[in-house]
Design a protein around this ligand. Sequence first.
Ligand SMILES: [Zn+2]
Length: 75
Amino acid sequence: MAQSRGTTRVGYENKNGQVNIRPLGIPGTDHGQSLYHLNCTHCGFDYAANGSDTHLRKCPRCQGGNPSTGGWTPD
Ligand SMILES: [Zn+2]
């Protein structure tokens, strides 16, 4: 069955303009979580966040949000 929880859906955009690009397939830093690649619609910054945080994430670069979870970078 496909996972359909809204905030971990690819293409989901939260109120801060942060878009869920794709699941990264690597474990997150919270229990039972996995990481998702988020992209900022304001400045284009790429970073990772736990699935449970996608709905409230702020951009680390232009909104003063927390650094990329797990130190993930797109390179
Ligand atoms: Zn940004």
